[in-house]
Design a protein around this ligand. Sequence first.
Ligand SMILES: *Cc1c(COP(=O)(O)O)cnc(C)c1O
Length: 407
Amino acid sequence: MNYSPTTKGRPIYLDCHATTPLDERVLAAMIPYFTYRFGNCASGGHVYGWEAAAAVDRARAVLAAAINAAPEEIIFTSGATEANNLALKGVAEAYLDHGRHLVTVQTEHQAVLQTCRCLEAAGLAVTYLPVGPDGLIDLTELEQALRPDTILVSVMAANNEIGVLQPLAQIGALCRERGVLFHTDAAQALGKVPLDVENLSVDLMSLTAHKVYGPKGVGALYRRRRVRLAPQIHGGGQEDGWRSGTLAVPLIVGFAEALEWALEELPQTNQYLGGLRDKLWQTLGSLPGVYLNGHPHQRLAGNLNISVAGVDGASLLLAMQKVAAVSGGSACSSKQIKPSHVLTALGRSPALAAASLRFGLGRFNTEAQIDEVGQKTLAVIRNLRGESVISSGENAYENNYGTMVVG
Ligand SMILES: *Cc1c(COP(=O)(O)O)cnc(C)c1O
């Protein structure tokens, strides 16, 4: 915990699904590429270009190895949003002769959902699979959704609100068997759960640096060699023509550095965060009318998402501002008044979905912080409820799961 960013005098940061702080070791690795190694990696005629190109080559190899891919299968982008756009639009455009149907899930990130809306407007058909109360898709429903003209299935690896891990290996095997391409948005999973594109039969995978203690503004798309893709950004032909634009060398260096640390420390970090998360749930789940969102075990170690009965959502979020930096839903939709599309897809009522808290724990959080947040959150809930007796949950599913184990 020596590389902790300073949050002194400010709320405890528990919003790591929105973004993580930059690890200071990552910053140190990036600085030379902002200063004296500032070259453009496309400059083949001098040492400035060569050292930039060498750094990008090294980073590309790190990313590829992290997911068991080949370096030439990595396309650097500005983040997972762009990678999702490139994967979905790129495949849709390149496979128009094959078919015009895609399958995705109602609980995907907006970067996938809105891209699908865009494709629908262009005349393609999209099936949005529902999820069960635990947030997981039903493989039989997926199988039934596949049509002869289905070209792509897109299912996220780890959900950014409730942390649940979809059964990628089974989905990948089904897609492979049916000759359908499989894309996964792994923005939340990278560096937190093992990802192997061969074992998972993944054809396209979206990645980002800033959810894993790297810099904002850089990501990548893994593209399996045989997969056709129509480029979405045209220009100087960088990234073998898949994505033009001068590469963000310092950010790419930071991405690889962050990933290397995350993978090296993955088992310890998951054990640590899982322990803190379970402790927080033991505290908050001890109250009646506090419900866990998402599967109790098949989830990210650092995620806890709860719904609180008997309190007003807006009042809850306002009161929590004094306790910790948390999110009430997806950060990307927090400006909308609409309750989270993920929580409503689980079957939560709009009122209960609005009265939800997402705790995103990160490796810089301490046990003392989690204890403090647990006690203060209890006090906030009791206070908002006026200590009144709470009626029982809205339906039978909304029971506490008991103790969770590391996901
Ligand atoms: C954060 C996130 C994104 C967007 O990634 P950016 O790099 O910020 O564009 C996409 N999908 C998921 C699941 C995310 O958590």
